[in-house]
Design a protein around this ligand. Sequence first.
Ligand code: ADP
Ligand code: MG
Length: 398
Amino acid sequence: MSLIEVNNLFKIFGKNPTKAQKMLAEGYSKDQILSKLQATVAVNDASFTVEQGELFVVMGLSGSGKSTLIRCLNRLIEPTSGRVIIDGAEVTKMDHNALQDLRRQKISMVFQGFAVFPHMTVLENTAYGLKIRGLPLKERNQKAYETLEMVGLKGWENYYPDQLSGGMKQRVGLARALATEPDILLMDEAFSALDPLIRKEMQNELIQLQNTVRRTIVFITHDLDEALKIGDRIALMKDGAIVQIGTPEEILMNPASNYVEKFVEDVDRSRVLTAEMVMKKPIAVVTYPKDGPRVALRCMRENGISSIFAVDNRFRLQGIVMAEDALEAVEQNQKDLTQILNRDISTVKPDTILKDLFSLLSQNNLPLAVVDNENRLLGIIVRGSVMAKLAEGGGADD
Ligand code: ADP
Ligand code: MG
């Protein structure tokens, strides 16, 4: 069972929500409905699930409905129709008390700017949610101390927010949300106002936190880089509708629509990064025709790899050998690699842009070979390292 389940959720602001929904079903656009009815379609038929422990990113341009969607999850905004189910309970049917319990016990929210209380110390800010829950002073302070240490603010407990930098204030906000140990963390552009360096730091912090105290997080951003870096899965919103849901890799490799493709193209570095920047030195190669299947197999075993490139004595690429083929060749007592050398492999040039590598990488699981004009092997590219490079968020050479 998914921790969060959203079914056919609609939110329409303004007049005639029912009529607006009918027009949507008839195929009218958000703009048409706005001019005809003065109703704003903020969320249009959104359905998705979020698994326990997942960091689920909702991404889209400004005005695409992200904030409305996330606020419908705990009904800070009342949906027009549709269902929200959290941990098996239908939120969209909860009465006032049940809803209040849900917000206090299960869900924490972190907004842009974080809204820390200026008249409270860092410690009091952090313990605030626990105070609301009625935890005694000693216990809530202890929990607050622990949480502050977790977000790197040990030693700052008795300072006031205006004595802290922007990044540290964000950490206080994060600590306050984490202190209650919520099942679900809703983060709406929580890092968007930060300057790029601190933002990157916070993203790393969040990833690290997820590796230790795994929470279920719905994280909103309008920044593709951020989404790719931290998201387990990403939902892309446009005009209130979710147009694609997938892992970062799926989104980059198979943009589901022109809109997604454009989004990916607009922001990403896949057009700036080249093969040369993401390639690695091959861990090991064999020489063809000198080396035989035994050498190849041994070399793969020693290096923990399942395929190996073969080059000639001038390092010109000859092909690739798979471990299982080498094993078979050894068993059949073959002396050289001719029978098992796979010559039909994809190669790219050092200046091939990343964007053009995705389809090649998705076609098979073998590493891509980067070769120069004389077909000399310069490096190899594996899927994982491309994603890592993209997620780095920095320039080309760091
Ligand atoms: P995002 O967070 O992606 O920027 P929002 O959810 O804030 O988008 O807004 C989605 C759409 O709903 C926008 O067209 C916005 O103008 C409209 N909207 C948001 N809140 C309200 C409101 N309280 N009243 C009327 N329209 C609203
Ligand atoms: Mg918003």
